[in-house]
Design a protein around this ligand. Sequence first.
Ligand SMILES: [Zn+2]
Length: 172
Amino acid sequence: MDVASYRLGRCYRHIEDRVAAIADQAATLVTREMRTSLNPAQIVVAEERDVIDLVHQAESSAIGTTRNPLRRARPQLGHTTITDRGVRIIINATRLHQRHDIREINATVVHELVHVAQISRPDGRERIASNIRNNYGIDRLSWRDARAANRLMDEDERQAASLERLAQQLTL
Ligand SMILES: [Zn+2]
């Protein structure tokens, strides 16, 4: 798996190293459990100040817009979204560094890879693209469709949270 960093300070390098060390094994655990292959994905490790810009950069390339989103997302431990050519995971090194727990890094990588698997389902990419177009005010979803989309996102979130347990099987 392609792991890169973006404007990452020296004291966060250990997060990038850990992510790079486990990424392939974590991807294998997730694909086996979810019985699916993953769309091409890139993992970017960044500090919190850059996380949301990297998310928006990926999203706007995916839907081909130069607009800004109507609402700015808030930085989490990890984000997974689509780009023009695949999927991008952004890992928040600042938050993980503060947690001081390698298990948090493992669980976050697994969690985000579950989202990659979800996006890799036949309708996954289009689903997230229509959410993004809605968030950028390009193609607003009806109230009913927005509600259905939120419900699916909650389901995906629950699945990702419950599959974080796969991180315990990492042998590295
Ligand atoms: Zn999630």
